[in-house]
Structure formats: structure tokens, C-alpha cells
Ligand binder design. Structure first.
Ligand code: AMP
Length: 451
């Protein structure tokens, strides 16, 4: 075999049709639950000013420090142009949009959801890609434990719809206010005075830039030291504890099970109070399918009026993997109902019109428009796994008939051409046809004859 000239770049992949069945299924569940709960769809751009992500997510987080995909400027002379980066997640872009479009004037909270690709220049490995897909929920404008509980409930419902809930484990924590965190960070720094020498170089740097990241360090030496270090929950103000207790009560009332995890902090700077992640029950923190938390200071930090918010992002590739592992079957709507084979110039013209008529009725139809023999067209029909094949040879055109073949039964019959469409509709069942109709806001179908 000759060497492939082009391959997809490292860490990214094609979403092939077989996976799209699942992607569509996941999107449907997300859209359905989002609509039920009053969320509206938003699509922030795929790239934004790099500074937005730096300010929002934090310049010393892994995502910004190592994983941002920078987008080249058009030319050095174009000074009006800014430095851009591909979005590594949705929250910063959605909050920027909330401020830019004056959404604080809307009734609060503003509930938004997004679905689409995100980019991180991660080291590619299983479940970790450079382009992956997220769905994202954000509730902006109110801070209350019941809002957090409701958001978690919507996510819970999505995982339940996708039949992977029992494979997941909800981990939850309260990381306090930003003041609590500041005090804790100081205490951590104090604790490490004199111990820096025992830290690996990477963590010694983190101690200066973002000490909280030592908590989930993978380095053994750091882990040993962290065991004796002060813990965040010693610094959390009673107000936050009250907030957390209320949230857990609401979750209990909604029948949501969780594990309290005091070392869960999430890597992003903007969180306060509630943080949560859905972990794979068998592998734990690695390959979480989604996570989120409250970000009451983010909008102000980005230049807006102080506005609280809470959000969640789910990773679609990892969810898809769980669905396949769990044996969940996504519906396949791409099957071919009818394959039309033809021979001769007259038959080809008739075939074109017949294919068009069948398609308009919602019947998935493929026409063999090449010049192959009828025999090889029949083989093609088999490979397409068509349920029925229609054969139009020169003889049939002359007699105004057509041959209808049931592929599974291996039986065929000749019939008048004018009867074949209703016969196919009857065989497939009118309720199984794939109708596509655009409805206007009054629920009326558009008239295809107009404009
Ligand atoms: P995060 O906010 O970083 O926790 O990301 C939210 C979710 O997005 C994660 O739980 C993953 O399911 C997914 N995710 C994040 N980064 C990647 C990646 N590099 N490849 C695939 N999925 C990812």
C-alpha cells in the first residue's frame, strides 16, 4: 500500500458517520433537557481574544499556560489585529457575550447553552484530544444553592437519558469565597516555607504562581507533603458551609446521589463556592465526563457589572465512549430504503424523476446513475443494504412497468410503473417515512411553492 500523503493532525480526528449517530443522540438529549428548563442556545465564536481566556480562566492554569491554541495574525503590519486563541471551553466566551450584549437587562437568571468544538493543545492520549466537543450550560445572574442544584439536575437528566448515569459518580465540593481561598493560599505558602527543596521543580514554580494546583499534583513527593498541609475546608467561612449544606439538601430532595470530595478544586481560577465533576465510577478523576461550578466574580473580572453565575461542561467524546461501552445503541436513521437501478438513456431519465418523488415522500433513496450492468447494480444495492430495489430496464420502460425486489426475501415482481410509489409507501409504513417540514412560529408548515 502506498504511503498516505495526508492524515488528520495529531490529536484530532474525523467524526465519522458511525460516531455521528451518537453525537446526534447526545445533542438531542442536551437540546431537549435545555429547552424544558428554559435555556436558550448561544454560539460564541470559535476564537476570541487571547486575553479573554487569560483573564477569565487564569494565566497560570494548565489550560492557558500550556494548552491554548494561538491563532496567527494576518500580518505583522496589521496592528489593529489582536492576539487570538481558539476557545478551550465556553464559559469565558459566553460571559464576554453576556456583558457585550447587555444581557443584564434581561430577566435574570439568563440561562444559556452551547454545543460545539473546543481546542486544547494537550498531549494527545486516550480521551484527551486537541479538538473535542463540549456541551455547556450556564446560568447567569443569581447566586443561590437551589440554582446550583437545578443545574446539576439538568445534567443528571441528560446522563440518565443517555443511559450512562450508573457508570458515573458525582463528586462535589465547596471551595468557599475568593477571600477564603486567598487565606488558604497564604496558609499553603506558609506551610511550604523551608520545604520547597523537597518539591519537584514544576511544583516549586506552581507554589509561586498557583499553589492550589499542588493539591492535585501527580508528583509523589508533593503528594506526601500535601497530606500534612492545611486543608481548604479549615478556611471556609460558615456562610459557604451553610450554602453547601443547603445545596446538598436540595440534591437529596431531587434524588441525586453524590460523593463529597474536599480535595476537588477544579483547575480554573474563576470558581468559587460549588465545584463538581462527573467521574467515571471505575477510573475516578481521570477522564471525567464533565465538570462545572460557580463563578461569582468572573463577569466583574471581565469588565462587567458584578454578576454571579454557575455552569457545567460535558465532554462529548468521553460520553460517547461510555455509551458504546455500556452497549447503548444510538438510532441509525441513515438506512437506505430503496435503491433504484436502471439501464438505458430513457430509463435513466425516468429513474431521476422517480428518485426525486420517493425522496420528497420521506423515503431514503439512492439511484445508481452510472453505466454499470444491471447485475453489478444489484450487487451495489446489496452493499448499500437497501431494503427494496427498483429495476428499470429498457423493456420495462417500453412496457411502462417496473420490477420491485424485496432484498431480504429475495423475491421480486413486475408491476405497472404508476403503482410502484404507493406500493413502496405501503411496504415501509407511512409512519416510518422521514418527513422534514419547516414550521413557522404558529406551528404551520411552510408552503414549498412560495418564495
Ligand atoms: P474541564 O472544564 O477541563 O473539566 O472540561 C470539561 C469536560 O470536557 C471534561 O470533563 C472532559 O469530558 C472534556 N474535555 C476536556 N478536555 C478534553 C480533551 N482534551 N479531550 C477530550 N475531552 C476533553
Amino acid at each position: 500500500m502506498s504511503e498516505l500523503k495526508y492524515r488528520s493532525p495529531k490529536g484530532v480526528h474525523d467524526v465519522l458517520p458511525a460516531d455521528h449517530q451518537y453525537m446526534t443522540y447526545i445533542k438531542k438529549a442536551v437540546r431537549h433537557r435545555a429547552r424544558q428548563a428554559g435555556y436558550k442556545r448561544i454560539d460564541p465564536p470559535i476564537f476570541e481574544e487571547r486575553a479573554l481566556f487569560e483573564r477569565g480562566i487564569g494565566s497560570h492554569t494548565d489550560i492557558v499556560e500550556k494548552e491554548l491554541f494561538n491563532v496567527g495574525r494576518k500580518g505583522a503590519a496589521d496592528t489593529a489585529d489582536k492576539d487570538y486563541a481558539l476557545r478551550p471551553e465556553f464559559t469565558a466566551g459566553i460571559c464576554r457575550s453576556y456583558i457585550e450584549h447587555g444581557m443584564q437587562e434581561l430577566p435574570q437568571p439568563v440561562e444559556l447553552y452551547a454545543i460545539g468544538p473546543c481546542f486544547r493543545y494537550d498531549r494527545p492520549q486516550k480521551g484527551r484530544y486537541r479538538q473535542f466537543h463540549q456541551f455547556d450550560f450556564e446560568v447567569i445572574g443569581l447566586s443561590d444553592p437551589s440554582i446550583d442544584a437545578q443545574l446539576i439536575h439538568v445534567v443528571w437528566k441528560v446522563f440518565d437519558d443517555l443511559k450512562i448515569l450508573r457508570r458515573l459518580n458525582l463528586q462535589i465540593n465547596n471551595i468557599g469565597s475568593s477571600d477564603d481561598r486567598k487565606n488558604y493560599v497564604q496558609a499553603l505558602k506558609d506551610y511550604f516555607v523551608g520545604k520547597e527543596r523537597n518539591l519537584p521543580e514544576k511544583d516549586r514554580e506552581r507554589l509561586q504562581t498557583n499553589p492550589l494546583r499542588l493539591l492535585d499534583s501527580k508528583e509523589e513527593d508533593t503528594q506526601i507533603l500535601i497530606k500534612m498541609a492545611p486543608t481548604l475546608d479549615q478556611f471556609i467561612h460558615p456562610e459557604s458551609k451553610k450554602y453547601h449544606t443547603a445545596l446538598l439538601e436540595y440534591l437529596d430532595a431531587l434524588g441525586i446521589t453524590y460523593t463529597q470530595n474536599t480535595s476537588l478544586v477544579r483547575g480554573l481560577d474563576y470558581y468559587n463556592q460549588t465545584v463538581f465533576e462527573f467521574w467515571d465510577s471505575s477510573t475516578g478523576a481521570q477522564n471525567a465526563v464533565g465538570g462545572g461550578g460557580r463563578y461569582d466574580y468572573l463577569i466583574e473580572q471581565l469588565g462587567g457589572k458584578a454578576t454571579p453565575g454557575v455552569g457545567f461542561a460535558g465532554g462529548m467524546e468521553r460520553i460517547l465512549w461510555h455509551m458504546q461501552e455500556a452497549g447503548v445503541e444510538a438510532p441509525n436513521k441513515d438506512q437506505v430504503d430503496v435503491f433504484v437501478a436502471q439501464l438505458g438513456p430513457e430509463a435513466k431519465k425516468k429513474c431521476l424523476m422517480l428518485v426525486s418523488e420517493l425522496r420528497d415522500l420521506g423515503i431514503h433513496t439512492v439511484g445508481a446513475l452510472g453505466e454499470a450492468s444491471l447485475k453489478s447494480q444489484m450487487r451495489l444495492a446489496d452493499r448499500f443494504q437497501a431494503r427494496y430495489t427498483l429495476l428499470l430496464g429498457q423493456m420495462e420502460v417500453k412496457e411502462d412497468t417496473i420490477i420491485l425486489r424485496d432484498m431480504a426475501a429475495g423475491k421480486q415482481k413486475q408491476m405497472p410503473f404508476s403503482k410502484v410509489v404507493p406500493e413502496i409507501v405501503k411496504l415501509l409504513g407511512a409512519e416510518h417515512l422521514d418527513h422534514y417540514s419547516l414550521m413557522d412560529k404558529f406551528g404551520k408548515f411552510s408552503d414549498p411553492g412560495e418564495g
